[in-house]
Ligand binder design. Structure first.
Ligand code: ADP
Length: 617
C-alpha cells in the first residue's frame, strides 16, 4: 500500500506517447489528410512568427540609426525612408494577420482530427469492455472503467488540442529562433544556449515526478468514482444498514489522498515555472552584456541585436510553457496508457484460433470431469460429469453457494473450466465461436435486467434485428402481450432504469419474451420465479413451460416441487454432484435430495407459502 510508482523523467513520457500513438495509429492514419493540412498551416504560422521582429530591425538599421547619427547614406534597398517605413508597418500587420489565419486553420484542423480519432478509440474501448470476460469485470471496479471511457479520453482530447499542438508550435518556433540566432552571430548564440542543458536537466527530473503524482492522482480519482458508483448502486442497502458514516469516512480518506496528490503535482509545476523564469532572466542579462560588446565592435548591427533580444524574450514564453506543457502531456499520457491498457487486455475467454461458427444445435450437453475455480486457490466445481440428451429438462438443485450458477455459467462460456471438457452436440464448446454459441442459448435470470428503452427494444435485444411481428409472437408466448397493450404506449412504452415501472412478474415475462425470441435450442432458467407472489408465479411458470417445450433446459430452483417433473435432477453440494436421477429415483435413494424435499414439504404444509428460503439459509 501507498507504494509510489517508479518515477520517470521526460524520457519516460516518450515511450508512453509512442505506445499510445502506435495503438491509435489505424485511426490516426484515417485522418492523415487533415493532420498534414493542419501541420502545414502550423509551419506557416511559426515561420511568420519568426519574421515578427524583422520589420523593426529594418526600421532601426536603415532609418532611425542613420537619421539619428546624421549619416545621410541611402538605405540598402534604395528606397526612400518613408517608403521603407510604410512597407515595414504594413508587414507588421500582414505578418500577424496571415499568421493568425494559419494558427486558426492549424488549431481547427488538428482539433477535428483529434476528435475523430478519439471518438473511434472510445467506441473501441466500449466494445472491448463489453467483450472482456466476467472475471475481468469482477477484478475491476466499474467506476474505474467508466473513468477510462469518459474522463481519461476527454483528458487526452483536451491536452492534445490545448497543449500538444501549442507545444509542437513552440518547439518549431524555438528551433527556428535558434537557427536564426546562430546565423546572425554564433558566438552570441552560444552564450544564449549555454544554459539550455542545465535547464533540461533541471526540468526533466521534476517533470518525471509530476507525471508520477499525476498517475497516482488519476488512479485515486478512479477509486473515488468507484466508491461513489458502488454506494449509489447499493443505496438501499447503505441506508438500511446505516452505513453512511462509515462510507463517508472511507470516501473522505480517498478524497484527501486524491487532493494531496493533486497538490503535490501543482506545487512541483509552480516551482518549476518560477525556476525557468529566473534562469531566463539571467540568460537575457548575459546576452545583453555580451551583445552590446559585439555591436560596439561592429560584429552585429543594433537592429540585429534587437532581433536577438526579441527572440530571447519571445523564447521565454514558449520555454516557460514548455515545462508545464510537458507536465500536462505527462498527465494525459498517464490517461492514455490507462485506455491503451484496456485495449491491450486480452480477454481470457475468447474465440480460439480456428473456432468455427456453431451449426444449429440439437442440444445434447455433456460435462466430462469438469473442475473450475474463480481463483487458483479455491476450486468451486469438482470433477463434474453428466450427460443430457437433446430436449431434456434438467433441474439443478442444492444449497446456496454450492456452485449451481457457476455450473450453468460454464455452459454459456462465461468462464472456461480449469480442467475437463463441456461438449455440446459432441464437440467441445471452445471449438465454437463465442457469439454463435451464446446466440443459441436463451437465459432468464432471477432479477432480469431491463434496459431504459422501449418494451419492443427490450424484447428485440434477444435477437438483434427482430421484427415487430416476431416481438409480438414472443410476447404472446410469454403471457406478456395483454399487459404490454395496456401500457400507455403499448410496445413503444419506454421502461425506466432496470424496468422500475413494471411489477416483478411483468419484468420476468418481458425477460421470457426476450429469451423466447431467440428460438434457442438451449434454455437456462436461473431462479426465474424466485421472489414472485403466487399469482405471478403461476403466469410466469406457464410462460416458462411454453418457452422450454422441446428444448434442452437447465433450471436452477430452490423450490423442489417446481422441478419434480424434470428428466434429470442434479443435486449439487460443495461443488460436486452428489446425486443425479429423476425425482422418483432420488426419493427412492433416500439421500440429500429426499431429505431436502421432505423438509420443504413440511414447511410448505405448515405455512402454505411456497417460500423455501428458511431451509436454504
Ligand atoms: P449457487 O448458485 O449454488 O448459490 P454459486 O455458483 O453462485 O452458487 O457460487 C458457488 C461458490 O462460488 C460460492 O462459494 C461463491 O461465493 C463463489 N463465487 C460465485 N461467484 C464468484 C465469483 N465471481 N468470484 C469468486 N467466487 C465466486
Amino acid at each position: 500500500m501507498g507504494q509510489r510508482p517508479k518515477e520517470k523523467d521526460l524520457k519516460g513520457v516518450i515511450p508512453g506517447v509512442m505506445r499510445i500513438l502506435g495503438k491509435f495509429s489505424p485511426y490516426i492514419r484515417k485522418q492523415r489528410l487533415t493532420i498534414i493540412g493542419a501541420f502545414f498551416a502550423l509551419l506557416i504560422e511559426t515561420g511568420l512568427r519568426l519574421l515578427e521582429p524583422w520589420p523593426l530591425k529594418y526600421v532601426f538599421d536603415n532609418i532611425l540609426i542613420p537619421a539619428h547619427s546624421n549619416t545621410n547614406i541611402p538605405n540598402s534597398f534604395g528606397l526612400s525612408a518613408v517608403m521603407l517605413l510604410a512597407i515595414s508597418s504594413l508587414a507588421i500587420v500582414g505578418i500577424t494577420g496571415i499568421g493568425s489565419m494559419a494558427a486558426y486553420l492549424s488549431t481547427y484542423g488538428m482539433s477535428l482530427a483529434v476528435v475523430e480519432v478519439l471518438s473511434e478509440v472510445r467506441g473501441q474501448v466500449f466494445d472491448r469492455l463489453q467483450r472482456l470476460s466476467l472475471s475481468f469485470h469482477q477484478q475491476h471496479k466499474s467506476g474505474d472503467l467508466i473513468t477510462r471511457v469518459t474522463a481519461d479520453i476527454e483528458k487526452m482530447r483536451l491536452v492534445t488540442v490545448k497543449t500538444a499542438l501549442p507545444l509542437l508550435t513552440n518547439i518549431i518556433l524555438l528551433l527556428g529562433m535558434l537557427a536564426i540566432m546562430y546565423w546572425l552571430n554564433w558566438e552570441l548564440a552560444l552564450v544564449a544556449t549555454a544554459i539550455f542543458p542545465l535547464l533540461t536537466l533541471l526540468t526533466s527530473k521534476t517533470i518525471g515526478r509530476i507525471r508520477s503524482f499525476a498517475k497516482q492522482h488519476r488512479d485515486s480519482e478512479g477509486v473515488l468514482a468507484a466508491t461513489t458508483s458502488e454506494t449509489i448502486g447499493a443505496i438501499k442497502v447503505v441506508q438500511v444498514l446505516s452505513l453512511q458514516e462509515m462510507l463517508h469516512s472511507i470516501f473522505a480518506a480517498q478524497n484527501q489522498k486524491s487532493l494531496d496528490e493533486a497538490i503535490a503535482s501543482l506545487k512541483l509545476s509552480a516551482a518549476l515555472e518560477r525556476t525557468v523564469q529566473v534562469l531566463m532572466a539571467i540568460i537575457i542579462a548575459a546576452v545583453l552584456w555580451r551583445g552590446s560588446h559585439v555591436v560596439l565592435h561592429k560584429g552585429l548591427t543594433p537592429g540585429e541585436l534587437l532581433v536577438f533580444m526579441t527572440y530571447l524574450k519571445n523564447a521565454l514564453e514558449p520555454m516557460r510553457k514548455l515545462s508545464t506543457q510537458v507536465g500536462q502531456i505527462a498527465k494525459a499520457t498517464a490517461s492514455g496508457e490507462r485506455v491503451v491498457e484496456l485495449l491491450e487486455y486480452e480477454p481470457n475467454v475468447r474465440d480460439l484460433p480456428g473456432a468455427k461458427k456453431a451449426h444449429p444445435f440439437f442440444g445434447a450437453i455433456q460435462f466430462e470431469n469438469v473442475s473450475f475455480g474463480y481463483n487458483a486457490d479455491k476450486e468451486i466445481l469438482k470433477d463434474i460429469s453428466f450427460v443430457v440428451q437433446p430436449g431434456q429438462q434438467v433441474a439443478v438443485v442444492g444449497p446456496s453457494g454450492s456452485g449451481k450458477s457457476t455450473l450453468i455459467s460454464l455452459i454459456l462460456r462465461l468462464y472456461d473450466p480449469n480442467s475437463g471438457r463441456i461438449l455440446i452436440d459432441s464437440q467441445d464448446l471452445r471449438e465454437y465461436t463465442l457469439d454463435s454459441l451464446r446466440q443459441q442459448i436463451a437465459v432468464v435470470l432471477q432479477d432480469s435486467v431491463l434496459f431504459a428503452a422501449s418494451v419492443q427494444e427490450n424484447i428485440a435485444y434477444g435477437k438483434l434485428g427482430a421484427t415487430r411481428k416476431e416481438v409480438e409472437r414472443a410476447a404472446r408466448l410469454a403471457n406478456a402481450h395483454e399487459f404490454i397493450m395496456q401500457l400507455p404506449q403499448g410496445y413503444d412504452t419506454i421502461l425506466g432504469e432496470r424496468g422500475g415501472t413494471l411489477s416483478g412478474g411483468q419484468r420476468q415475462r418481458i425477460a421470457i419474451a426476450r429469451a423466447a425470441i431467440r428460438q434457442a435450442p438451449i434454455v437456462i432458467l436461473d431462479e426465474s420465479t424466485t421472489g414472485l407472489d403466487g399469482a405471478s408465479e403461476r403466469t410466469v411458470n406457464a410462460a416458462l413451460a411454453r418457452l422450454t417445450e422441446g428444448r434442452t433446459t437447465f433450471t436452477i430452483s430452490h423450490n423442489l416441487r417446481a422441478v419434480q417433473q424434470a428428466d434429470i435432477i442434479l443435486y449439487v453440494e460443495g461443488g460436486s454432484i452428489l446425486e443425479q436421477g429423476t425425482h422418483s429415483e432420488l426419493m427412492r435413494l433416500g439421500g440429500h435430495y429426499a431429505t431436502l424435499y421432505q423438509m420443504q414439504s413440511i414447511v410448505d404444509n405448515d405455512t402454505s407459502v411456497g417460500d423455501t428460503y428458511a431451509i436454504e439459509a
